[in-house]
Design a binder for this molecule. Structure first.
Ligand code: ADP
Ligand code: MN
Ligand code: MN
Ligand code: MN
Length: 335
């Protein structure tokens, strides 16, 4: 007998990388090992020297195929065994290891938008716009929510794969939804988020709709799509001084963070629609117009976590968790 391993990797498309995958049939008992692909078709190599290497880093059950079949998240390597330039996970590994003693945890809220025939799901078929925002967020009823079947199926698939999803909700714009992954360590949350994204695209196929992580899918008075990143360390889960240290540290490197939080971030972080402008940094309790929010419960308990509201839906979680770990754990290590 045999089983199927779906190898998943991140390509070299600029400015926002895309997911790719292909199937390997394996004999029962065989492990999903190192494999390769044609990097000249993924913006990762010239045609004259096209081989790229897939190194498995995270394996989970494949909920789409079921049975013994698996999903295999990979790092992209060069044939000489060194990480490919586009391999952002390799850059996170040493940082995760350096600060492992602080036990950094991440919970990422992935927002996304369903599209059908070039329009967000729920936008009128003849063109134009639906009723303005106001009742769609966490709404119920066929006039307000669009795509719930696919959303439920996606959640189901993620849980069957063993991913640590912590919830889902309908968002502020019609056709817009969110799922949350975590809390988990930096590598784990990012691996799982990439697999959950792959499952989102794959599940949507079956419903004839597409999901996009476009940070501003509809211009004008409609919310963008983010990836709010909730973060804590053992010190932050213990005392408020550490919470403030982390918030202040993020302010000192704000430009570097924003520049690496996803393409077109300036279209989303306008200062409207529950965002702070991308050119400014601030933090505040319960403030959904701040760059970084301290949840009210955290202020009351004097410990817990913070929410970096800046990352775009199209961010690379390997990059976001590396920057936050580096900045906050770095500051906490010397405070
Ligand atoms: P919001 O109120 O901003 O919509 P959500 O409930 O969507 O918040 O997401 C909160 C996220 O924060 C969840 O993924 C949750 O697992 C995560 N989280 C909770 N506690 C912590 C913690 N101590 N450290 C990091 N993340 C946390
Ligand atoms: Mn949320
Ligand atoms: Mn949200
Ligand atoms: Mn949030």
């Amino acid at each position: 007998m045999s089983y199927r391993a779906e190898y998943i990797w991140i390509d070299g498309t600029q400015p926002t990388a895309r997911l790719r995958s292909k199937t390997k049939v394996l004999a029962d008992g065989a492990e999903p090992g190192t494999w390769g692909f044609d990097g000249s078709s993924t913006n990762q190599a010239p045609g004259s020297n096209s081989d790229c290497v897939l190194e498995p880093v995270f394996v989970c059950p494949d909920p789409i195929r079921g049975g013994d079949n698996v999903l295999v998240m990979c790092e992209v390597m060069l044939p000489d065994g060194t990480p490919h330039d586009t391999n952002t996970r390799a850059k996170l590994r040493p940082i995760a290891e350096q600060f492992a003693d602080q036990e950094p945890w991440f919970g990422i809220e992935q927002e996304y938008t369903f599209f059908k025939q070039g329009r967000p799901l729920g936008f009128p078929e003849g063109g134009g716009f639906p009723a303005p925002q106001g009742f769609y967020y966490c709404g119920v009823g066929a006039d307000e929510v669009h795509g719930r079947e696919a959303v439920e199926k996606h959640l189901d698939n993620c849980l069957k794969a063993g991913l640590s999803l912590s919830g889902i909700n309908a968002e502020v714009m019609p056709g817009q939804w969110e799922f949350q992954v975590g809390p988990l360590g930096p590598l784990e949350v990012a691996d799982q988020l990439w697999v959950a994204r792959w499952l989102l695209y794959r599940t949507s196929e079956e419903f004839g709709i597409s999901a996009t992580l476009d940070p501003k899918p509809v211009k004008g008075d409609w919310n963008g799509a983010g990836a709010h990143t909730n973060f804590s360390t053992n010190a932050m889960r213990d005392n408020y001084d550490a919470i403030i240290t982390a918030c202040e540290a993020l302010g000192k490197r704000a430009d570097e963070h924003v520049a690496n939080y996803g393409a077109d971030i300036e279209h989303r972080l306008t200062g409207l629609h529950e965002t702070a402008p991308w050119t400014e940094y601030n933090y505040g309790v319960s403030d959904r117009g701040a760059s970084v929010r301290i949840p009210w419960q955290v202020e009351m308990d004097k410990k817990g976590y913070i929410e970096d509201r800046r990352p775009n839906a199209n961010c690379d979680p390997y990059v976001v968790t590396r920057l936050i770990t580096e900045t906050c754990c770095g500051a906490l290590a010397t405070s």
